[in-house]
Ligand binder design. Structure first.
Ligand code: DGY
Length: 324
């Protein structure tokens, strides 16, 4: 297929270098004002293009996919690694291929996870809020005393690429002990002496920090639930940079408010960008607006991954990052 004749629909702005690379190869419709698109606009975009490049904040449901399939849309080249916003069953039913952008987000997301861990245990969010509010009265030995991260125990839920990258940073950088829960056995972790455990609750019972790194799917829905949260000790921290759906938010709010855990560092939320007011109201949280992959290097690399997948599709080759 002649790439230049293929029409691609991009739902949000990308970093300039990635948009340019896409435009070098394809006939591209950009969302120049970056406003979130309505369902009607998504339907129209899918219907009028050969390839759709949505992202994690677009809800790509069966109506949108059916509209694309009625036209000439044959590939959803997702800008992002998570695909829980796409109805994959509908895509399969309509013979529409799906690709994503794995690998290039690993380091950025792992770095942000460590950011949240440090902000929590060193009370950095509280400190900044106090200072900006003009309430800092000066240094004193008991002021905003947090807890050390070095040498503590980290439990990882989902030991894939990002989970391992977080574990490496924690083990080699902060001398932390690592345990994890993963559905299948995991290799490549012996150098960190990481211990695989049989359940999420067991990980919680043996950790000072618990960090979620599993993809959102029906299997992982609220994988960190009330029972596992009850196994955490009173100064343990929960970190979520995966998806809101993997944590039972109501149960998390309950343990935060009861003070039976130390706090939570969240980058993702159920139903984001709406945030459960009870999470906003809890004082022992650090809350970020889904920044895991937000570096110019990573966001550019994500766009270039979309370009690679679209080019493979145009050449009639297998997708580089197929989602099955
Ligand atoms: C993804 O790609 O799924 C991330 O959540 C975006 O940061």
């Amino acid at each position: 297929m002649n790439e230049k004749k293929l029409k691609i629909f991009v739902t949000r702005r990308w970093p300039a270098a990635a948009e340019e690379a896409l435009c070098d190869h394809f006939d591209v419709t950009l969302n120049t004002n970056d406003a979130p698109l309505t369902k009607e606009e998504l339907i129209e975009g899918f219907a009028r293009h050969d390839i759709a490049a949505p992202t994690v904040s677009d809800n790509i449901d069966t109506d949108i996919i059916a509209a694309g399939a009625k036209g000439s849309c044959r590939l959803i080249a997702n800008y992002g690694v998570g695909v829980n916003h796409i109805d994959l069953l509908a895509a399969r039913t309509h013979s529409m291929l799906v690709s994503n952008t794995p690998g290039v987000l690993t380091d950025a997301t792992a770095d942000l996870t460590l950011t949240l861990m440090l902000m929590l245990c060193r009370r950095a969010g509280e400190g900044e809020r106090e200072l900006r509010a003009g309430k800092w009265s000066g240094w004193r030995p008991t002021h905003l005393v947090g807890r050390a991260m070095t040498g503590k125990r980290l439990g990882i839920i989902g030991m894939g690429r990002i989970g391992k990258a977080v574990a490496r940073r924690a083990y080699f950088g902060f001398g932390m002990q690592i345990c994890f829960y993963n559905r299948s056995p995991v290799g490549d972790v012996d150098d960190m002496k990481a211990e695989q455990m049989g359940s999420v609750a067991e990980v919680c019972a043996n950790s000072d920090f618990v960090s979620l790194h599993c993809a959102a799917s029906p299997d992982t829905f609220q994988i960190l639930g009330a029972e596992a949260l009850a196994a955490l000790h009173e100064s343990a921290y929960v970190i979520n940079t995966a998806r809101g759906d993997v944590v039972d938010e109501a149960a998390l709010v309950a343990v935060l408010n009861a003070g039976t855990i130390g706090g939570a560092g969240l980058d993702v939320y159920k139903g984001e960008p709406e945030i459960n007011p009870a999470i906003l109201a809890a004082s022992n949280t650090v809350l970020l607006p889904h920044l895991g992959s937000a570096t110019v290097e990573t966001r550019t690399a994500m766009g270039l991954k979309v370009v690679e997948n679209a080019r493979a599709f145009a050449a009639g080759q297998d997708l580089i990052d197929p989602v099955t």
